[in-house]
Design a protein around this ligand. Structure first.
Ligand SMILES: [Zn+2]
Length: 344
């Protein structure tokens, strides 16, 4: 087996994947036409420009604008169930065996759904496909940085209702430059008290101090992106010592110009220095990628070896928010692939 084949077949994880950024474009078009939601074009190729980024965006705002239409069509139980199932089908097809899906439930209340119904719908699609497709998954609920603090607290209480029934963690997402992590200190403190896991988008757009603030003030157990950690060696050392994993999403960082190009991403440097690195998609549609492509880019532009690939996948299992039972199943499945590979 060559490395390309291994990348396709090896059991993988994805710990950082936004539901609303990973809808099939043809599904968006289909639902938009049924529900009379205006789109730029009914031609799929032309339409894709409305929901995908090819190469670089002019700003993070441009990137975030790509979520407007997907969120508009995710306002009914039927549509939310469909897009969740399709995301799991697409992930399973790439041999992702465990995925943590994240989204902001309060974005989906326009058609009079309540937050519980929104979360319940995603969880029921996840449960069905755990059996149907054999893909394990958990849900992370996102607080949006620009929203008032009381929304964050309401979200933590929503997460608590579903904790142990599909929801494993909360996240902080959105515009990092204008809304620093400490604004949502109270919500994350509450989550910690409830025993709900915490991950935080930080150091994605140049403010490396947000990484350390997220760990110390928001009790973040994992950091989304953390691309700019290298700006301050103390931060790198702190994460290394405390084994705080980075959820790396390379294409997304190229899209938002967090890095100039794939070659300049610090991921390999971080891995070689001993940071805990995981590899993830962020948004398969908006970033026009999938987990196999992310690994291919790592091999092509970052010189990832088979050993590096194994390391980041093992980290994905070990540092996931999955139950110990699920982690053991995932390790067994992964180890049996590695053993089969050795014998071939
Ligand atoms: Zn993200």
């Amino acid at each position: 087996m060559n490395l390309d084949e291994i990348i396709k077949l090896i059991p993988k994880t994805d710990l950082h994947c936004h539901l609303d950024g990973s809808l099939r474009p043809e599904t968006i078009l289909d639902i938009a036409s049924r529900e009379n939601i205006p789109v730029l074009s009914n031609n799929l190729n032309t339409f894709e420009k409305q929901v995908k980024v090819f190469g670089k965006c002019s700003s993070l705002k441009d990137y975030l604008d790509k979520f407007n239409l997907p969120i508009k069509i995710m306002q009914s139980e039927k549509n939310i169930y469909r897009v969740t199932t399709e995301l799991l089908e697409d992930a399973s097809q790439k041999n992702i065996k465990y995925i943590e899906i994240r989204f902001a439930p309060f974005n989906h209340l326009n058609d009079k759904l309540n937050p519980e119904q929104v979360v319940e719908t995603v969880i029921s699609a996840m449960k069905y496909n755990r059996n149907n497709l054999g893909i394990k998954s958990n849900l992370i609920l996102c607080i949006l940085r620009q929203e008032p603090v009381k929304y964050g607290i309401a979200l933590v209480n929503l997460a608590k209702k579903f904790f142990g029934r599909g929801v494993v963690a909360i996240d902080l997402a959105g515009n990092e430059s204008d809304f620093p992590p400490e604004i949502h200190r109270e919500s994350f403190k509450l989550a910690k008290e409830y025993g709900i896991h915490r991950t935080v988008h930080a150091g994605e757009t140049g403010i490396s101090q947000n990484i350390i603030k997220s760990i110390k003030t928001l009790y973040a157990e994992r950091i989304g992106h953390g691309t700019y950690a290298y700006k301050d060696n103390k931060i790198v050392e702190y994460m290394k010592e405390n084994k705080i994993p980075l959820e790396v999403c390379m294409t997304s960082n190229v899209n938002t110009s967090a890095v100039n190009c794939y070659n300049e991403h610090p991921v390999k440097k971080y891995l070689d220095e001993g940071l805990v690195i995981t590899v993830n998609t962020d948004n398969t549609t908006v970033s026009n990628t999938d987990i196999i492509q992310e690994f291919e880019y790592l091999v092509k532009y970052q010189n990832f070896s088979f050993g590096d690939i194994k390391k980041v996948i093992e980290n994905g299992i070990d540092y996931s928010f999955a139950s110990e039972e699920d982690k053991n199943d995932l390790r067994n499945e992964y180890n049996s692939f590695i053993n089969r590979y050795k014998n071939n």
